[in-house]
Design a protein around this ligand. Structure first.
Ligand SMILES: C[S@@+](CC[C@H](N)C(=O)[O-])C[C@H]1O[C@@H](n2cnc3c(N)ncnc32)[C@H](O)[C@@H]1O
Length: 310
């Protein structure tokens, strides 16, 4: 049974994948390999493995696992529209099977999979712990879990959290149009619409994960700290991303028609501008270390973790 929050989340994401060009999609598949290599994950290990892509979205990582020789990939998501798009993108890979299901209630027997991959999903569910325990239940002992969840801290998340209650009253169509007017690329559209409108967005500290995973029976917890190939690569890249928020807010100003929209868009623009100023100030602060700057601007960044189930 898929809940109202899951339906809303699925509908938001389902509409975001179609705007990616074939080249952007291929690049997004390639990120799997780049990040695995940068973090010394042995991609040969995947050969012949029974994999689950839990919350597969566009299917980019299911495709990547198939390319690296996975025996089978079962890809699940709550989003019907997302699954249609993912199936289209992955049509040439017969080892991938798509299925509509929630990570809160996976329709698989215990210990079904050798590898459970879940990137950017469980922090959007109404029950983070239940999702984590479901992913663990379907993983066989000795199998590996890959988890990407949002980390704590950083100015970008603070800017997003400050903007969310403002843009919710402007609506998704209004902000989507502002992203178009701001001239940002299609892959940025997904990134910002997701962050600004997804119903549930939990940030998790590494300390919280480091407590939870061993209690669920995980060991060999490997935290990927290598190159991220995204806006969290370094504080300058993160600042660029915060500047894009300001550009979106600026485009919103020009789209305002009603009095409410005029005031809300001013509030959004001033809020985004403030975060840009503070991020620039932190980056130019010669009295603190580069590690401090990273901590202020990026915070913990997304956690990418591989752990083995005992
Ligand atoms: C940020 S996207 C990540 C997609 C994909 N893993 C990737 O990295 O490209 C989050 C995905 O989780 C899905 N999702 C959200 N809640 C879910 C749930 N309870 N069960 C399964 N999928 C869910 C959304 O529909 C969306 O496709």
């Amino acid at each position: 049974m898929i809940s109202v929050v899951e339906k809303e989340t699925g509908a938001l994401f389902g509409g975001l994948w179609t705007s990616l060009s074939d080249e952007q999609y291929r690049d997004s598949v390639e990120l799997f390999t780049k990040r695995a290599v940068a973090n010394n994950f042995d991609l040969n290990w995947l050969k012949g493995k029974k994999c689950l892509d839990a919350g597969c979205g566009s299917g980019r990582y299911s495709v990547a696992m198939a390319i690296h020789g996975a025996g089978s990939v079962t890809a699940v998501d709550v989003s019907e529209t997302g699954l249609v798009e993912a199936s289209r993108r992955a049509a040439e890979f017969s080892q991938i099977t798509f299925k509509q299901a929630s990570v809160l209630d996976l329709p698989f027997e215990d210990s079904t999979f050798d590898f459970v991959w879940s990137a950017g999903v469980i922090h959007h569910t109404s029950d983070f712990d239940k999702a984590l325990s479901e992913l663990t239940r379907v993983l066989r002992p000795g199998g590996k879990l890959f988890l990407l969840v949002y980390g704590a801290g950083g100015l970008r998340w603070k800017a997003i959290k400050a903007l969310r209650p403002i843009v919710v009253d402007l609506g998704t169509e209004f902000v989507d149009e502002a992203i178009r007017v701001a001239g940002l690329p299609a892959n940025n559209r997904k990134h910002f619409m997701d962050d600004l409108f997804v119903p549930v967005q939990k940030l998790t500290s590494f300390a919280e994960l480091a407590t939870k995973l061993p209690k669920l029976g995980y060991s060999d917890i490997d935290r990927w700290t290598g190159e991220t190939f995204d806006h969290e690569s370094n504080p300058a890249a993160q600042l660029e991303d915060i500047v894009k928020l300001e550009q979106i807010a600026h485009a919103c100003l020009g789209l305002a028609k009603t009095a409410t929209q005029r005031y809300l868009t001013q509030l959004a623009h001033q809020t985004a501008t403030l975060y840009v100023e503070i991020a620039r100030k932190a980056m130019n602060d010669t009295s603190i270390t580069p590690a401090d700057i990273r901590d202020v601007v990026i915070g913990e960044g997304n956690h990418r973790i591989v752990a083995t189930k005992s």
